[in-house]
Design a binder for this molecule. Structure first.
Ligand SMILES: [Zn+2]
Length: 311
């Protein structure tokens, strides 16, 4: 082999070696770069994955927060609705109370109207202790029809509102075979005064006091009170308590609002079985049921019945 060839070969080999080294360097550089990039990408992916997890967690937490909020709001809304319903209920109840009050007021008004039309004297006790003003007269009087009077010689009058009660009582007594006739009815203050004068002359003032009320003390001035008589007594009041008519009155008069003012052993006058006063069905019935007499009752308790005197 010649020198030239050897040199050429050496040069070729050197060139080959250099080329190979260059290629290896290039490959190493590329590999390193690829490795580094891969690491970078891998890190990025990891970071992204972490971020995704975190986002997922956040989302889950937000969802749960939202749900909690929705639940809270729902509860608050339900409470508010319940509160409102309760308010409406309260308002309804208040309205109910108001309408009740309005009803009460209108009842009170009608009671007052009734009372304003009712003579307060009708249920006052008149006796030696309590007396009626001499100027008092009933606001309306009616004549008692002839068939109910014992004698037709004089006009007899009665409080117009009481007349129907009296008529019913006399008619019902008659249907039960007990005859009742009106002997005496309304007497004015002056009539009572002159009657008392007559009694005093005939019997003497001591005895007249015990059976004929002084003027102003007489229930006859009220126009609601009647003296009854029945046939068989010779036109006298005395002995009336022995008759069937009297017994009928004792058992039934209260149904028509009448009471015996001065029963046996009363503290006010002698026993007057013929003398009956109208006080209204309710009070008369209560007295009858309790076995009490009008004059033994407290005036304040009696006054409670004024509103119902013509019921
Ligand atoms: Zn009388």
């Amino acid at each position: 082999m010649d020198k030239k060839n050897i040199t050429e070969r050496l040069v070729k080999t050197k060139y080959l070696l250099e080329s190979m080294i260059g290629i290896i360097i290039i490959i190493t550089i590329i590999s390193t770069y690829v490795l580094v990039r891969f690491n970078q990408v891998s890190n990025t992916v990891l970071s992204l994955s972490n971020q995704l997890n975190s986002l997922e967690n956040k989302f889950a937490s937000t969802t749960s927060d939202l749900r909690t909020n929705i639940n809270k709001n729902h509860d608050a809304l339900t409470t508010a609705i319940n509160q409102e319903q309760q308010n409406v209920g309260n308002i309804e109840q208040k309205l109910g109370n108001y309408s009740q009050q309005v009803g009460d007021v209108s009842n009170t008004v009608s009671t007052l109207q009734k009372l304003s039309k009712t003579d307060p004297e009708l249920l006052i006790k008149y006796s030696k202790v309590f007396f009626l003003n001499e100027n008092y007269a009933p606001s309306r009087l009616s004549e008692i029809p002839e068939q109910y009077k014992y004698s037709n010689t004089k006009i007899l009058k009665i409080n117009s509102q009481v007349l129907p009660y009296l008529q019913r009582m006399i008619e019902d007594a008659k249907n039960a075979n007990n005859l009742l006739y009106v002997y005496s009815a309304f007497r004015s203050f002056n009539e009572q005064k002159s009657l008392k004068g007559q009694y005093s002359i005939v019997y003497g003032s001591g005895s007249a006091n015990s059976f004929s009320a002084d003027q102003g003390y007489s229930e006859h001035q009220l126009g609601t009170t009647i003296d009854f008589i029945t046939p068989g007594l010779g036109g006298n009041l005395d002995g009336f308590d022995t008759t069937e008519s009297y017994k009928w009155l004792l058992n039934n008069a209260y149904r028509y609002g009448y009471i015996l003012s001065y029963p046996k052993n009363n503290k006010f006058y002698v026993f007057e079985p013929w003398h009956w006063r109208f006080i209204g069905i309710k009070l008369a019935t209560d007295l009858h049921n309790q076995g009490k007499s009008f004059y033994d009752m407290d005036q304040r308790d009696i006054d409670e019945y004024l509103v119902s005197v013509f019921d």
